[in-house]
Ligand binder design. Structure first.
Ligand SMILES: [Mg+2]
Length: 365
């Protein structure tokens, strides 16, 4: 008789390229090496897509408005992104992963989870697999990768940050729960700024604080994410590595600290959502014809409005324009708005051959 308690501990690796876009640019242009570099637009409304470590030393990071980045680092060099090159490198990396396992779940062009519990090389030690993979990535692409090794996705992801850049770390079942207790919740994968702010309101600052809350409390205040938070506070995350899922939609949503009653204020909240979903389209080489806006009111009733165009949306501004128009159709609002979301669907992947290697993305947890 088999029960779940006798199943072997899983071996999960999270591989994350170091400053990926910026490192590719420095690799391909020696004049950029050792210099503070931002990939992205330098125009007034541009955003940093990736920053080199030299730029990060000045406090520049991805998603920062270019104007702010330039103020923090006056010598910052802006380079336009070359997504075709990043996608080609990403494909090389995935081929290396595939030598070890078919259980590969890409999160973006430069990050993936691998389940190596059963692996194609019959290797027992996941840290050795991670080291081999990083060495091969360096040989093939000339780029550095970091890795986290653990018994679930959440901890593997947290671990890959510990010895970055060009390092790896392991979190064992023995150390997982204690590791989580000391972490600030705002650093948890799956806890965005809005959620961190709400946790803060309930006095939850660390993993230990989170662990002190009951499952019922977390479900009441964080809905579907409640059980996930309850688990990770204990170092538990049962989510499987999901290979080969074809993505159907890309979504982002945000719950507000205070409900919003005003159309202009609500419309302003659409911009970061549009940026998030558009960024994912760009990095994944994906286009979308349908834009959907989800509106959840203070009484938890919900409305959605969609528009499908004959051609894929062209840029972030168009996503924002359509979403704003859709939101305006439900104004005056039935109730104050508690949550807004934007989802892109009717997707086409420009790289037809690797559609199967993409995973469903939920930017919101
Ligand atoms: Mg990375």
């Amino acid at each position: 008789m088999n029960d779940t308690s006798s199943s072997p501990v899983r071996k999960i690796i999270h591989v994350d390229m170091d400053a990926f876009y910026a490192s590719v640019e420095q690799r391909d242009n020696p004049e950029l090496r050792g210099k503070p570099l931002a990939v992205g637009g330098s125009a007034a409304r541009g955003v940093v897509a990736a920053a080199s470590y030299e730029a990060r030393a000045f406090g520049v990071h991805s998603a920062m408005p270019s104007v702010t980045a330039k103020r923090k680092c006056p010598d910052l060099i802006f380079v336009p992104p070359r997504f075709d090159v990043y996608r080609a490198v990403s494909q090389q990396i995935r081929e290396i992963f595939a030598e070890y396992t078919s259980m590969i779940e890409p999160l973006s062009l430069d990050e993936a989870y691998l389940d190596v519990t059963q692996n194609l090389k019959g290797m027992d030690i996941a840290t050795e697999i991670a080291l081999e993979i990083r060495t091969k990535i360096k040989q093939v692409t000339g780029l550095n990768a970091s890795a986290g090794i653990s018994y679930n996705k959440f901890l593997a992801k947290m671990a890959s940050d510990l010895n970055k850049p060009n390092g790896q770390a392991v979190i064992t079942p023995k150390h997982g729960p204690a590791f989580v207790e000391t972490l600030p919740v705002k650093k948890f994968h799956g806890v965005g700024p809005a959620t961190a702010e709400r946790m803060h309101k309930y006095g939850i600052e660390t993993g230990l604080d989170l662990k002190s809350k009951s499952l019922a409390f977390l479900q009441e205040h964080f809905g579907k994410a409640g059980p996930y938070f309850y688990g990770i506070a204990r170092g538990i995350d049962e989510r499987q590595v999901k290979p080969d899922r074809v993505r159907k939609s890309i979504g982002a949503e945000d719950t507000f600290a205070e409900d919003i009653d005003d159309l202009a204020l609500a419309t302003a909240e659409l911009r970061p959502l549009a940026q998030k979903v558009w960024r994912y389209c760009e990095t994944g080489g994906i286009s979308a014809k349908t834009v959907t806006v989800k509106i959840k009111y203070s009484d938890f009733t919900q409305a959605t409005r969609s528009r499908t165009s004959a051609y894929p949306v062209a840029d972030m501004d168009e996503v924002l324009q359509i979403a704003s128009a859709l939101l305006a159709t439900v104004h005056p609002f039935a109730r104050p708005i508690r949550l807004l979301g934007i989802t892109l669907s009717s997707l086409t992947n420009q790289e037809s051959d690797d559609a199967g290697a993409q995973s469903q993305l939920d930017l919101g947890i």
